[in-house]
Design a protein. Structure first.
Length: 278
């Protein structure tokens, strides 16, 4: 049996054993649980007045409902309705140009503001795995790209440099992308690396970001599928995802026009959080 990493165990406990909202920490109250309680009470009151054959049918229906409601409850989310509705989900996608006639659409789960901003920072910089269930809830808001499935698509997680990996001790984006892979049932592909001589994008202007990311990514091998889904935790200007997408475009296409060959890839991008509302 494969041994679970500590963060995976924590996610499992938060999902199936801890019934409290991962944000406000109060017990969840869902219409499904109220309905299940109502059905249980109704079954108890009606069981003596129901003919045997109808009782058997009701019991069967009741047990079916229990299984259905239990499955719905276990996959309903890690936030209560109040906290979930306080967050703006799925803002309008924004685009960046890859080549003169090709743009990259970037869809965010939400904005980079409270409470997602604090959760991402604590997770990335303080290794606070208690914030992971909230980020998992955000991941689950991302709809799987239309037409993409495990046989024609791969997820390309934003790679980190070996220097940052040694300094941080873990790769937060790879952990998040593994959860996205499980959510969409699309495999993660790790055939691209990041060059070590680039600096962090935080605090740089858009022009500095673009200059910093020139030739920042290199392919180790060719992608096994034609549909590539790029993934990162936060995107402010889209410069990192733009540079990563360009790693899959022939240099001649970047300088001139679109690549219309049969070897071109369909590239889209998804992130947990984008900039802010303002």
């Amino acid at each position: 049996m494969r041994r679970l990493a500590p963060y995976q165990t924590g996610l499992w406990l938060a999902e199936y054993m801890d019934m409290r909202c991962q944000l406000c920490r109060i017990y969840r109250s869902t219409p499904q649980s109220q309905l299940l309680h109502h059905q249980a009470q109704s079954s108890i009151h009606n069981i003596t007045d129901t003919p045997p054959t109808r009782t058997a049918l009701k019991k069967h229906s009741f047990l079916t409902n229990i299984v259905h409601q239990a499955n719905s409850h276990l996959s309903s989310g890690l936030l209560c309705d109040h906290c979930h509705n306080d967050i703006t989900w799925l803002p309008r996608p924004f685009e960046v140009d890859i080549v003169p006639s090709i743009s990259l659409s970037i869809q965010a789960s939400t904005y980079y503001e409270y409470p997602i901003r604090q959760a991402i920072r604590a997770f990335k910089h303080q290794e606070d795995m208690t914030k992971l269930p909230l980020l998992l809830h955000a991941i689950r808001q991302l709809p799987r790209p239309h037409g993409c499935h495990r046989n024609n698509s791969v997820i390309v997680a934003m790679p980190t440099t070996s220097q940052r990996l040694v300094k941080r001790g873990f790769d937060p984006v790879s952990i998040l992308s593994a959860q996205l892979s499980k959510h969409w049932q699309i495999p993660v592909w790790q055939g691209v690396k990041r060059i070590d001589d680039t600096v962090s994008q935080q605090g740089l202007s858009r022009a500095e970001r673009l200059s910093n990311l020139d030739n920042a990514f290199a392919l180790i091998e060719n992608p096994p599928k034609k549909r590539l889904i790029l993934f990162d935790d936060v995107s402010t200007t889209g410069a990192s995802l733009q540079a990563l997408a360009r790693a899959f475009i022939p240099p001649a296409s970047i300088k001139s026009a679109t690549d219309n060959s049969n070897n071109s890839y369909q590239i889209s991008a998804y992130v947990l959080a984008h900039g802010s509302k303002s």
